[in-house]
Design a protein around this ligand. Structure first.
Ligand SMILES: Nc1nc2c(c(=O)[nH]1)N[C@H]1C(S)=C(S)[C@@H](COP(=O)(O)O)O[C@H]1N2
Ligand SMILES: [Mo]
Length: 495
Protein backbone atom coordinates (compact mmCIF):
# COMPACT_ATOMS: atom_id res chain seq x y z
CA UNK A 1 0.00 0.00 0.00
CA UNK A 2 2.86 2.36 0.85
CA UNK A 3 4.27 1.58 -2.60
CA UNK A 4 0.96 2.48 -4.23
CA UNK A 5 0.91 5.79 -2.35
CA UNK A 6 4.51 6.50 -3.27
CA UNK A 7 3.68 6.03 -6.91
CA UNK A 8 1.16 8.83 -6.46
CA UNK A 9 3.87 10.92 -4.86
CA UNK A 10 2.60 10.49 -1.28
CA UNK A 11 5.27 9.53 1.27
CA UNK A 12 4.74 8.13 4.79
CA UNK A 13 5.76 11.52 6.11
CA UNK A 14 3.02 13.16 4.00
CA UNK A 15 0.52 10.78 5.58
CA UNK A 16 1.75 11.67 9.05
CA UNK A 17 1.48 15.41 8.45
CA UNK A 18 -1.90 15.07 6.74
CA UNK A 19 -3.15 13.12 9.76
CA UNK A 20 -1.79 15.75 12.13
CA UNK A 21 -3.35 18.50 10.02
CA UNK A 22 -6.71 16.70 10.00
CA UNK A 23 -6.62 16.18 13.76
CA UNK A 24 -5.59 19.74 14.59
CA UNK A 25 -8.08 21.11 12.08
CA UNK A 26 -10.92 19.36 13.90
CA UNK A 27 -9.47 20.44 17.26
CA UNK A 28 -9.16 24.06 16.11
CA UNK A 29 -12.73 24.06 14.93
CA UNK A 30 -13.83 22.72 18.32
CA UNK A 31 -11.82 25.40 20.10
CA UNK A 32 -13.68 28.21 18.34
CA UNK A 33 -17.13 26.61 18.04
CA UNK A 34 -17.37 24.39 21.13
CA UNK A 35 -20.02 21.74 21.43
CA UNK A 36 -22.37 23.40 18.93
CA UNK A 37 -23.55 22.93 15.39
CA UNK A 38 -20.84 25.33 14.24
CA UNK A 39 -18.23 22.66 14.98
CA UNK A 40 -17.23 20.89 11.69
CA UNK A 41 -18.07 17.47 13.08
CA UNK A 42 -21.64 18.48 13.95
CA UNK A 43 -23.24 18.71 10.48
CA UNK A 44 -21.43 15.52 9.47
CA UNK A 45 -22.83 13.83 12.56
CA UNK A 46 -26.31 15.04 11.64
CA UNK A 47 -25.86 13.54 8.17
CA UNK A 48 -24.60 10.24 9.59
CA UNK A 49 -27.63 10.14 11.91
CA UNK A 50 -30.00 10.78 9.02
CA UNK A 51 -28.39 8.15 6.81
CA UNK A 52 -28.06 5.32 9.34
CA UNK A 53 -30.60 2.60 8.49
CA UNK A 54 -33.44 2.17 11.01
CA UNK A 55 -32.56 -1.44 11.86
CA UNK A 56 -29.12 -0.33 12.96
CA UNK A 57 -30.51 2.53 15.05
CA UNK A 58 -32.99 0.18 16.78
CA UNK A 59 -30.27 -2.39 17.38
CA UNK A 60 -27.89 0.15 18.87
CA UNK A 61 -30.55 1.64 21.16
CA UNK A 62 -31.43 -1.78 22.53
CA UNK A 63 -27.96 -3.31 22.72
CA UNK A 64 -25.59 -0.44 23.21
CA UNK A 65 -27.85 2.16 24.81
CA UNK A 66 -26.68 5.70 25.41
CA UNK A 67 -23.10 4.85 24.43
CA UNK A 68 -24.47 4.34 20.91
CA UNK A 69 -23.92 8.05 20.45
CA UNK A 70 -20.20 7.35 20.67
CA UNK A 71 -20.35 5.21 17.54
CA UNK A 72 -21.66 7.92 15.27
CA UNK A 73 -19.57 10.62 16.85
CA UNK A 74 -16.37 8.60 16.28
CA UNK A 75 -17.36 7.95 12.67
CA UNK A 76 -18.20 11.62 12.10
CA UNK A 77 -14.93 12.68 13.70
CA UNK A 78 -13.02 10.31 11.42
CA UNK A 79 -14.80 11.68 8.33
CA UNK A 80 -14.12 15.30 9.33
CA UNK A 81 -10.44 14.77 10.08
CA UNK A 82 -10.08 12.62 6.95
CA UNK A 83 -11.50 15.37 4.75
CA UNK A 84 -9.32 18.05 6.35
CA UNK A 85 -6.32 15.72 6.10
CA UNK A 86 -7.01 15.33 2.39
CA UNK A 87 -6.77 19.10 1.91
CA UNK A 88 -3.37 18.94 3.65
CA UNK A 89 -2.25 16.19 1.25
CA UNK A 90 -3.04 18.43 -1.69
CA UNK A 91 -1.17 21.27 0.04
CA UNK A 92 1.86 19.07 0.71
CA UNK A 93 2.01 18.07 -2.98
CA UNK A 94 1.61 21.70 -4.06
CA UNK A 95 4.33 22.85 -1.66
CA UNK A 96 6.75 20.37 -3.09
CA UNK A 97 5.78 21.21 -6.66
CA UNK A 98 6.39 24.94 -6.15
CA UNK A 99 9.36 24.28 -3.87
CA UNK A 100 7.86 26.57 -1.23
CA UNK A 101 6.14 25.55 1.95
CA UNK A 102 4.16 28.82 2.07
CA UNK A 103 2.51 27.91 -1.21
CA UNK A 104 1.59 24.49 0.13
CA UNK A 105 0.23 25.96 3.33
CA UNK A 106 -1.82 28.51 1.39
CA UNK A 107 -3.35 25.83 -0.83
CA UNK A 108 -4.17 23.54 2.11
CA UNK A 109 -5.48 26.42 4.23
CA UNK A 110 -7.73 27.70 1.46
CA UNK A 111 -9.11 24.26 0.72
CA UNK A 112 -9.66 23.48 4.41
CA UNK A 113 -11.35 26.83 4.91
CA UNK A 114 -13.66 26.25 1.92
CA UNK A 115 -14.50 22.80 3.19
CA UNK A 116 -15.18 23.85 6.78
CA UNK A 117 -17.11 26.94 5.70
CA UNK A 118 -19.35 24.97 3.38
CA UNK A 119 -19.98 22.24 5.96
CA UNK A 120 -20.81 24.63 8.78
CA UNK A 121 -21.91 27.74 6.84
CA UNK A 122 -19.70 29.71 9.25
CA UNK A 123 -17.01 31.50 7.16
CA UNK A 124 -15.31 33.17 10.12
CA UNK A 125 -15.30 30.20 12.49
CA UNK A 126 -14.07 28.01 9.61
CA UNK A 127 -10.70 29.68 10.12
CA UNK A 128 -10.45 27.68 13.33
CA UNK A 129 -10.14 24.56 11.18
CA UNK A 130 -8.15 26.13 8.32
CA UNK A 131 -5.31 27.72 10.27
CA UNK A 132 -4.02 24.55 11.99
CA UNK A 133 -4.28 22.65 8.69
CA UNK A 134 -2.16 25.34 7.00
CA UNK A 135 0.37 25.34 9.85
CA UNK A 136 0.94 21.60 9.92
CA UNK A 137 1.10 21.50 6.14
CA UNK A 138 3.80 24.17 6.26
CA UNK A 139 5.77 22.19 8.85
CA UNK A 140 5.43 19.07 6.70
CA UNK A 141 6.97 20.83 3.71
CA UNK A 142 9.35 22.88 5.82
CA UNK A 143 12.83 24.15 4.82
CA UNK A 144 14.85 21.73 2.76
CA UNK A 145 11.89 20.22 0.98
CA UNK A 146 13.51 20.33 -2.41
CA UNK A 147 16.57 18.46 -1.22
CA UNK A 148 14.79 16.00 1.05
CA UNK A 149 11.11 15.23 0.62
CA UNK A 150 10.98 13.41 3.97
CA UNK A 151 11.27 15.75 6.93
CA UNK A 152 13.59 14.54 9.64
CA UNK A 153 12.48 12.24 12.41
CA UNK A 154 13.04 15.05 14.82
CA UNK A 155 10.69 17.37 13.02
CA UNK A 156 8.02 14.66 12.78
CA UNK A 157 8.24 14.06 16.51
CA UNK A 158 8.07 17.74 17.33
CA UNK A 159 5.12 18.23 14.99
CA UNK A 160 3.29 15.28 16.56
CA UNK A 161 3.91 16.55 20.07
CA UNK A 162 2.79 20.02 19.00
CA UNK A 163 -0.38 18.58 17.47
CA UNK A 164 -1.22 16.69 20.65
CA UNK A 165 -0.63 19.75 22.80
CA UNK A 166 -2.72 21.88 20.45
CA UNK A 167 -5.53 19.32 20.57
CA UNK A 168 -5.46 19.25 24.35
CA UNK A 169 -5.67 23.00 24.64
CA UNK A 170 -8.43 23.15 22.02
CA UNK A 171 -10.50 20.62 23.93
CA UNK A 172 -10.27 22.71 27.06
CA UNK A 173 -11.05 25.96 25.25
CA UNK A 174 -13.88 24.41 23.23
CA UNK A 175 -15.53 22.96 26.30
CA UNK A 176 -16.02 26.41 27.73
CA UNK A 177 -16.87 28.02 24.38
CA UNK A 178 -20.34 26.87 23.45
CA UNK A 179 -21.39 24.68 26.30
CA UNK A 180 -22.30 27.12 29.00
CA UNK A 181 -26.06 26.67 28.95
CA UNK A 182 -26.25 23.29 27.26
CA UNK A 183 -27.03 21.14 30.24
CA UNK A 184 -27.73 23.59 33.00
CA UNK A 185 -30.73 25.87 33.08
CA UNK A 186 -30.75 29.09 31.12
CA UNK A 187 -31.40 32.48 32.60
CA UNK A 188 -33.65 32.78 35.59
CA UNK A 189 -37.19 33.78 34.89
CA UNK A 190 -38.59 32.31 38.05
CA UNK A 191 -41.70 34.06 39.15
CA UNK A 192 -43.68 33.67 42.31
CA UNK A 193 -46.07 31.18 40.77
CA UNK A 194 -43.35 28.75 39.73
CA UNK A 195 -41.73 29.02 43.15
CA UNK A 196 -45.04 28.12 44.77
CA UNK A 197 -45.48 25.12 42.48
CA UNK A 198 -41.95 23.87 43.14
CA UNK A 199 -42.60 24.20 46.87
CA UNK A 200 -45.84 22.28 46.54
CA UNK A 201 -43.96 19.47 44.76
CA UNK A 202 -41.34 19.47 47.48
CA UNK A 203 -43.98 19.23 50.20
CA UNK A 204 -45.90 16.48 48.44
CA UNK A 205 -42.79 14.37 47.85
CA UNK A 206 -42.85 11.27 50.03
CA UNK A 207 -40.23 10.82 52.69
CA UNK A 208 -38.28 8.05 50.96
CA UNK A 209 -35.05 6.70 52.43
CA UNK A 210 -33.91 5.13 49.15
CA UNK A 211 -32.52 6.96 46.14
CA UNK A 212 -35.70 8.05 44.38
CA UNK A 213 -35.92 11.49 42.71
CA UNK A 214 -38.43 13.99 44.02
CA UNK A 215 -41.61 14.97 42.21
CA UNK A 216 -39.74 17.58 40.14
CA UNK A 217 -36.56 16.50 38.36
CA UNK A 218 -33.65 18.93 38.46
CA UNK A 219 -31.88 19.97 35.24
CA UNK A 220 -29.11 17.52 36.06
CA UNK A 221 -31.50 14.65 36.69
CA UNK A 222 -33.87 15.19 33.78
CA UNK A 223 -33.21 12.58 31.10
CA UNK A 224 -32.20 13.54 27.60
CA UNK A 225 -32.88 11.92 24.24
CA UNK A 226 -31.53 13.55 21.07
CA UNK A 227 -31.20 12.12 17.59
CA UNK A 228 -27.94 14.02 17.02
CA UNK A 229 -24.91 14.65 19.19
CA UNK A 230 -24.95 18.42 18.73
CA UNK A 231 -27.97 20.30 19.92
CA UNK A 232 -29.09 23.32 17.92
CA UNK A 233 -27.85 26.48 19.58
CA UNK A 234 -30.61 28.98 18.90
CA UNK A 235 -31.33 32.36 20.32
CA UNK A 236 -34.84 33.53 21.18
CA UNK A 237 -34.25 36.70 19.13
CA UNK A 238 -33.77 34.87 15.85
CA UNK A 239 -36.40 32.22 16.53
CA UNK A 240 -39.74 31.93 14.80
CA UNK A 241 -42.17 29.12 14.15
CA UNK A 242 -44.61 28.74 11.28
CA UNK A 243 -47.95 26.98 11.23
CA UNK A 244 -48.37 25.92 7.62
CA UNK A 245 -49.59 23.20 5.23
CA UNK A 246 -53.31 22.55 4.86
CA UNK A 247 -54.39 25.76 6.51
CA UNK A 248 -56.48 28.76 5.52
CA UNK A 249 -53.45 30.97 5.92
CA UNK A 250 -49.95 30.47 7.33
CA UNK A 251 -49.13 32.00 10.67
CA UNK A 252 -45.60 32.81 11.81
CA UNK A 253 -44.92 33.59 15.44
CA UNK A 254 -41.76 35.05 16.92
CA UNK A 255 -40.50 34.45 20.43
CA UNK A 256 -41.92 37.78 21.55
CA UNK A 257 -45.31 37.01 19.98
CA UNK A 258 -45.36 33.73 21.84
CA UNK A 259 -44.34 34.99 25.25
CA UNK A 260 -46.95 37.76 24.94
CA UNK A 261 -49.66 35.09 24.82
CA UNK A 262 -51.44 33.97 28.01
CA UNK A 263 -48.77 32.30 30.16
CA UNK A 264 -49.30 29.12 32.18
CA UNK A 265 -47.15 26.95 34.41
CA UNK A 266 -47.79 23.24 34.22
CA UNK A 267 -46.41 20.07 35.76
CA UNK A 268 -45.80 17.68 32.88
CA UNK A 269 -44.09 14.28 32.97
CA UNK A 270 -42.16 12.91 29.98
CA UNK A 271 -41.38 9.27 29.28
CA UNK A 272 -39.36 7.87 26.37
CA UNK A 273 -40.84 4.94 24.45
CA UNK A 274 -37.31 3.53 24.12
CA UNK A 275 -36.66 3.13 27.85
CA UNK A 276 -36.55 -0.25 29.57
CA UNK A 277 -39.45 -1.35 31.78
CA UNK A 278 -37.74 -0.20 34.98
CA UNK A 279 -35.63 2.43 33.17
CA UNK A 280 -35.07 6.03 34.19
CA UNK A 281 -36.14 7.96 31.10
CA UNK A 282 -39.13 9.26 33.03
CA UNK A 283 -39.04 12.75 34.52
CA UNK A 284 -41.17 15.71 35.50
CA UNK A 285 -40.68 19.46 35.39
CA UNK A 286 -42.71 22.62 35.88
CA UNK A 287 -42.97 24.06 32.38
CA UNK A 288 -43.83 27.63 31.47
CA UNK A 289 -45.54 28.31 28.19
CA UNK A 290 -48.79 28.90 26.34
CA UNK A 291 -51.51 26.59 24.94
CA UNK A 292 -51.29 25.67 21.23
CA UNK A 293 -55.04 25.50 20.60
CA UNK A 294 -55.59 29.24 19.94
CA UNK A 295 -52.82 29.18 17.31
CA UNK A 296 -54.46 26.24 15.56
CA UNK A 297 -57.84 27.95 15.57
CA UNK A 298 -56.23 30.98 14.03
CA UNK A 299 -54.96 29.03 10.99
CA UNK A 300 -58.16 27.04 10.51
CA UNK A 301 -56.77 23.52 9.79
CA UNK A 302 -58.34 21.82 6.78
CA UNK A 303 -56.17 18.74 6.13
CA UNK A 304 -57.91 15.50 5.05
CA UNK A 305 -56.18 13.15 7.47
CA UNK A 306 -56.54 15.32 10.56
CA UNK A 307 -52.85 14.84 11.16
CA UNK A 308 -49.96 17.13 11.80
CA UNK A 309 -46.19 17.08 11.31
CA UNK A 310 -43.96 18.89 13.79
CA UNK A 311 -40.47 19.81 12.60
CA UNK A 312 -37.42 21.00 14.44
CA UNK A 313 -34.11 22.75 13.83
CA UNK A 314 -32.17 19.49 14.22
CA UNK A 315 -34.14 17.99 11.28
CA UNK A 316 -36.23 15.95 13.69
CA UNK A 317 -39.86 15.42 12.66
CA UNK A 318 -42.81 13.60 14.13
CA UNK A 319 -46.35 13.10 12.88
CA UNK A 320 -49.54 12.34 14.81
CA UNK A 321 -53.26 13.21 14.96
CA UNK A 322 -53.78 16.96 15.30
CA UNK A 323 -56.34 16.23 18.07
CA UNK A 324 -53.44 15.46 20.38
CA UNK A 325 -52.31 19.08 20.08
CA UNK A 326 -55.59 20.46 21.37
CA UNK A 327 -54.30 20.24 24.94
CA UNK A 328 -50.74 20.83 23.75
CA UNK A 329 -48.46 23.44 25.10
CA UNK A 330 -45.56 25.50 23.72
CA UNK A 331 -43.02 25.80 26.50
CA UNK A 332 -40.17 28.29 26.85
CA UNK A 333 -39.46 27.80 30.54
CA UNK A 334 -38.51 24.86 32.73
CA UNK A 335 -38.36 24.83 36.54
CA UNK A 336 -38.36 28.61 36.55
CA UNK A 337 -35.54 29.12 34.05
CA UNK A 338 -35.55 29.63 30.31
CA UNK A 339 -35.50 26.27 28.55
CA UNK A 340 -31.96 24.79 28.63
CA UNK A 341 -30.45 24.09 25.22
CA UNK A 342 -30.56 20.33 25.88
CA UNK A 343 -34.32 20.48 26.38
CA UNK A 344 -35.18 22.53 23.30
CA UNK A 345 -34.24 26.17 23.78
CA UNK A 346 -35.96 28.43 22.94
CA UNK A 347 -39.27 26.59 22.46
CA UNK A 348 -40.50 23.01 22.69
CA UNK A 349 -43.83 21.25 22.38
CA UNK A 350 -45.48 19.34 25.22
CA UNK A 351 -48.22 16.88 24.29
CA UNK A 352 -50.03 15.63 27.40
CA UNK A 353 -49.93 11.89 27.94
CA UNK A 354 -48.08 11.06 24.75
CA UNK A 355 -44.69 9.37 24.49
CA UNK A 356 -41.66 11.62 24.80
CA UNK A 357 -40.95 11.64 21.08
CA UNK A 358 -43.99 13.83 20.32
CA UNK A 359 -42.60 16.56 22.61
CA UNK A 360 -40.56 18.26 19.90
CA UNK A 361 -37.62 20.40 21.00
CA UNK A 362 -36.20 23.37 19.03
CA UNK A 363 -39.57 23.59 17.26
CA UNK A 364 -39.53 25.28 13.85
CA UNK A 365 -42.74 24.26 12.09
CA UNK A 366 -46.20 22.86 12.61
CA UNK A 367 -47.46 21.51 9.29
CA UNK A 368 -51.07 20.39 8.85
CA UNK A 369 -51.05 17.43 6.45
CA UNK A 370 -53.36 15.96 3.87
CA UNK A 371 -51.94 12.48 4.21
CA UNK A 372 -50.27 10.49 6.97
CA UNK A 373 -46.48 10.24 6.74
CA UNK A 374 -44.01 8.55 9.06
CA UNK A 375 -41.95 10.61 11.47
CA UNK A 376 -38.27 10.13 12.27
CA UNK A 377 -38.76 7.25 14.73
CA UNK A 378 -41.65 5.69 12.81
CA UNK A 379 -39.41 5.47 9.74
CA UNK A 380 -37.14 3.44 12.00
CA UNK A 381 -39.82 1.02 13.11
CA UNK A 382 -41.04 2.55 16.37
CA UNK A 383 -44.69 3.17 17.30
CA UNK A 384 -44.31 5.98 19.78
CA UNK A 385 -46.66 8.77 18.74
CA UNK A 386 -49.62 7.67 20.86
CA UNK A 387 -50.48 7.71 24.59
CA UNK A 388 -47.98 6.24 27.04
CA UNK A 389 -48.28 2.82 28.65
CA UNK A 390 -48.98 2.67 32.38
CA UNK A 391 -45.93 1.90 34.49
CA UNK A 392 -44.92 1.59 38.14
CA UNK A 393 -41.15 1.77 38.65
CA UNK A 394 -39.32 0.02 41.46
CA UNK A 395 -36.37 2.36 41.78
CA UNK A 396 -35.14 1.66 45.28
CA UNK A 397 -35.09 -0.99 47.96
CA UNK A 398 -33.55 -0.09 51.29
CA UNK A 399 -33.19 -1.77 54.64
CA UNK A 400 -34.28 0.76 57.24
CA UNK A 401 -32.71 1.23 60.68
CA UNK A 402 -35.61 -0.68 62.23
CA UNK A 403 -34.86 -3.72 60.04
CA UNK A 404 -37.88 -3.27 57.76
CA UNK A 405 -37.47 -3.02 54.00
CA UNK A 406 -38.67 0.01 52.09
CA UNK A 407 -39.41 -0.25 48.37
CA UNK A 408 -40.28 2.87 46.38
CA UNK A 409 -40.53 4.48 42.97
CA UNK A 410 -42.75 6.49 40.67
CA UNK A 411 -45.87 5.54 38.75
CA UNK A 412 -47.14 7.19 35.58
CA UNK A 413 -50.08 6.67 33.25
CA UNK A 414 -50.16 9.88 31.20
CA UNK A 415 -53.50 11.68 31.20
CA UNK A 416 -55.26 8.66 32.71
CA UNK A 417 -53.52 9.47 35.96
CA UNK A 418 -52.50 7.08 38.74
CA UNK A 419 -55.17 6.00 41.22
CA UNK A 420 -53.40 3.25 43.11
CA UNK A 421 -50.12 1.35 43.27
CA UNK A 422 -50.12 -2.21 44.60
CA UNK A 423 -47.16 -4.15 45.92
CA UNK A 424 -46.75 -7.89 46.38
CA UNK A 425 -43.87 -9.31 48.41
CA UNK A 426 -44.73 -12.93 47.59
CA UNK A 427 -44.34 -13.00 43.83
CA UNK A 428 -47.89 -11.83 43.10
CA UNK A 429 -49.96 -14.08 45.38
CA UNK A 430 -51.16 -11.30 47.65
CA UNK A 431 -51.29 -7.53 47.10
CA UNK A 432 -51.24 -4.48 49.35
CA UNK A 433 -51.73 -0.79 48.61
CA UNK A 434 -48.60 1.34 48.57
CA UNK A 435 -48.47 4.80 50.09
CA UNK A 436 -48.92 7.41 47.31
CA UNK A 437 -47.84 11.04 47.08
CA UNK A 438 -50.75 13.48 46.92
CA UNK A 439 -51.52 14.30 43.29
CA UNK A 440 -49.93 17.43 41.86
CA UNK A 441 -52.09 19.83 39.83
CA UNK A 442 -52.21 18.94 36.15
CA UNK A 443 -53.49 16.05 34.10
CA UNK A 444 -50.19 14.51 33.01
CA UNK A 445 -48.12 13.97 36.13
CA UNK A 446 -46.50 11.02 37.84
CA UNK A 447 -46.94 10.05 41.51
CA UNK A 448 -44.45 8.62 43.96
CA UNK A 449 -45.19 5.42 45.81
CA UNK A 450 -43.60 3.79 48.86
CA UNK A 451 -44.14 0.53 50.75
CA UNK A 452 -42.59 -0.95 53.88
CA UNK A 453 -42.54 -4.59 55.03
CA UNK A 454 -40.87 -6.94 57.52
CA UNK A 455 -38.44 -9.14 55.64
CA UNK A 456 -38.64 -12.87 56.06
CA UNK A 457 -35.92 -14.44 53.91
CA UNK A 458 -36.01 -13.70 50.22
CA UNK A 459 -38.89 -11.80 48.68
CA UNK A 460 -40.11 -11.69 45.15
CA UNK A 461 -41.39 -8.10 45.09
CA UNK A 462 -43.80 -7.13 42.31
CA UNK A 463 -45.35 -3.72 41.75
CA UNK A 464 -48.26 -2.66 39.54
CA UNK A 465 -50.34 0.48 39.03
CA UNK A 466 -54.05 1.05 38.57
CA UNK A 467 -54.72 4.08 36.40
CA UNK A 468 -57.31 6.81 36.96
CA UNK A 469 -59.80 4.92 34.78
CA UNK A 470 -59.56 1.89 37.05
CA UNK A 471 -57.53 -0.13 34.55
CA UNK A 472 -54.87 -2.44 35.92
CA UNK A 473 -51.42 -2.13 34.36
CA UNK A 474 -51.05 -5.11 31.97
CA UNK A 475 -48.94 -7.97 33.35
CA UNK A 476 -47.63 -9.20 29.99
CA UNK A 477 -44.02 -8.31 29.56
CA UNK A 478 -42.64 -6.84 26.32
CA UNK A 479 -39.48 -5.02 25.28
CA UNK A 480 -39.50 -1.30 24.55
CA UNK A 481 -39.22 -1.82 20.79
CA UNK A 482 -41.46 -0.99 19.04
CA UNK A 483 -44.34 0.25 21.25
CA UNK A 484 -42.87 0.84 24.70
CA UNK A 485 -42.07 -1.65 27.45
CA UNK A 486 -44.96 -3.32 29.26
CA UNK A 487 -45.35 -5.60 32.26
CA UNK A 488 -45.06 -5.51 36.05
CA UNK A 489 -41.67 -4.68 37.49
CA UNK A 490 -40.40 -7.54 39.61
CA UNK A 491 -37.34 -7.77 41.82
CA UNK A 492 -35.91 -10.34 44.18
CA UNK A 493 -35.07 -8.70 47.48
CA UNK A 494 -33.76 -10.21 50.68
CA UNK A 495 -30.73 -10.55 52.80
N1 LIG B 1 -36.08 18.22 17.96
C1 LIG B 1 -36.08 17.10 18.68
N2 LIG B 1 -37.09 16.87 19.53
C2 LIG B 1 -37.12 15.75 20.28
C3 LIG B 1 -36.10 14.76 20.16
C4 LIG B 1 -35.03 15.03 19.27
O1 LIG B 1 -34.09 14.24 19.13
N3 LIG B 1 -35.05 16.20 18.54
N4 LIG B 1 -36.19 13.61 20.91
C5 LIG B 1 -37.55 13.22 21.35
C6 LIG B 1 -37.56 12.11 22.28
S1 LIG B 1 -37.37 10.55 21.63
C7 LIG B 1 -37.84 12.29 23.61
S2 LIG B 1 -38.06 10.96 24.65
C8 LIG B 1 -37.95 13.64 24.20
C9 LIG B 1 -36.92 13.83 25.29
O2 LIG B 1 -36.94 15.11 25.78
P1 LIG B 1 -35.79 15.62 26.75
O3 LIG B 1 -34.48 15.37 26.07
O4 LIG B 1 -36.05 17.05 27.03
O5 LIG B 1 -35.92 14.77 27.98
O6 LIG B 1 -37.76 14.66 23.23
C10 LIG B 1 -38.29 14.39 21.95
N5 LIG B 1 -38.16 15.57 21.14
MO1 LIG C 1 -38.06 9.11 23.22
Amino acid sequence: MIEALKRRGISPSDLLFATLAGLTGVAGSYAVAGNTRRFVVAPIDALVVRMTPGEIVAFVIQNVGEEGHLLHIVLSFAIASGLLGATALVGLAAGRRFGRSVAGAAVAGALAWGLAASITTQPVLALGAAVPVAVWTAVGTGPGITADPDPSRRRSLLASAGALAFTGVSLAVGRSTGDADAAAGGTTTRDAEVTTLMQEAEEKSLDISGDVPGLVSSFEEFYNVDIAEFDPDLSPDGWSMTVTGEVGSDVTVTYDDLTDMPTEHRFVTLRCVGEGLNGRKLDTAVWTGTPIAPLLEEVDPEGECGCVMLRAEDDYFVQFPVEALEDGFLAWGMNGRSLPRAHGNPVRVLVPGHWGETNVKWLSEIELLDEETDGYWEQRGWHGTGPVNTVAKLWSDTTLANGRIEVAGHAYAGTRGIERVEVSVDGGDTWRDAELSDPLPGNDVWRQWRYEFDPDGTHDVVVRAIDGEGTLQPENRSESFPSGATGWVEKTIGR
